[in-house]
Write a protein that binds this ligand. Structure first.
Ligand code: GDP
Length: 299
């Protein structure tokens, strides 16, 4: 996970840590390398520029703490700024006192949305919560089959109505019925697995807006493939503008050596990363901790 970026940072910072006295020139040279490493990691250009500027101001301007060598101090500034970039909000998902908590999952086909619905279901079932998964893509029976199969494996209920000709209104009704069932039958968490497409299109966005308006979910989470780097960031921006997101779940992070999406999505969109998908298995879901990720990157 983020190995390529982490290797580069380790080398740059090792040099810095080793220096007893740091001049503005030393710091400037190190920051040039940090800038390059972030750009090579596919971090958004503007985010990199702002990041470097903030680190420079803090690192050059600060008083030398007695307990830290100057090199370590710069590393601490970089660490702090990485945490800020990835967000300080509490990640994960808090259930509401008035059940059910309704979570709407959105994203393009193949990003890992259905798998992630299963992962969330498993996580909360493990905490003794009752979870209902709703197949909200009635035109694609294969998507419903996948969710049903996950539900069977996990012992989690699935609400499903297949309808190849479903209109937008039908999709909205299915979601409303799922949420209603969740309420009547005392479920703690209802997860809507909405339709995905290969590309963002107006019909998909219109349907998602209609569902969101009708069921007023507590969370709207974009599931995006971390390996797609800046494409994931662009997607998050578009979904947020058109549908409105409360957070992001990045998938396939275990295979993402560069880390562009992990590092920039919160800074560009203002929406926090809530979880990371780190494998195909259903237990491969981690709550996102910016501080731990920053430490991992800095090695
Ligand atoms: P959907 O079309 O967005 O619902 O995507 P799926 O849930 O069907 O997932 C697409 C593929 O991505 C499947 O092969 C999943 O096993 C895989 N996948 C999902 N999440 C992860 C992850 O975190 N890591 C890896 N390596 N694969 C994942």
């Amino acid at each position: 996970m983020l190995d390529a970026l982490s290797d580069k940072f380790e080398k740059i910072l090792k040099k810095l840590r080793g220096q007893g006295v740091l001049t503005e020139h030393n710091i400037g040279e190190a920051l040039k390398e940090v800038r390059l490493a972030l750009l090579e990691a596919d971090v958004n250009f503007k985010i990199v520029k702002d990041f470097i500027e903030r680190v420079r101001v803090k690192a050059v301007g600060q008083e030398v703490l007695q307990s830290l060598t100057p090199g370590h101090q710069v590393v601490k500034v970089v660490w702090d700024e990485l945490c800020d970039m990835m967000g300080r909000e509490k990640a994960g998902l808090a259930l509401h006192s008035q059940p059910p908590t309704v979570v709407m999952m959105v994203g393009l086909q193949g990003a890992g949305k259905t798998t992630t619905c299963g992962k969330l279901g498993r996580l909360f079932k493990g905490q003794g919560k009752r979870v209902l998964l709703v197949a909200a893509d009635p035109r694609r029976p294969a998507a419903g089959d996948q969710l049903s199969s996950l539900g069977r494996d996990l012992g989690i209920d699935v609400h499903r109505v297949d309808n190849a000709q479903a209109t937008q209104a039908d999709v909205v009704r299915i979601c409303q019925a799922g949420v209603e069932r969740g309420r009547e039958q005392g479920f703690d968490l209802v997860v809507l697995d909405t339709g995905g497409r290969l590309h963002i299109d107006d019909a998909l966005m219109g349907e998602l807006v209609a569902v969101k308006t009708a069921v007023a979910p507590h969370e709207v989470l974009l599931v995006a493939d971390a390996m797609t780097g800046q494409d994931a960031v662009t997607m998050a921006t578009q979904f947020d503008q058109k549908v409105g997101l409360t957070g992001v779940i990045l998938t396939k992070v275990e295979g993402d050596a560069r880390g562009g999406a992990v590092l920039s999505i919160r800074a560009v969109t203002g929406k926090p990363i809530k979880f990371l998908g780190v494998g195909e298995k259903l237990d491969a879901l981690e709550v996102f901790h910016p501080d731990r990720m920053a430490s991992r990157i800095l090695g």
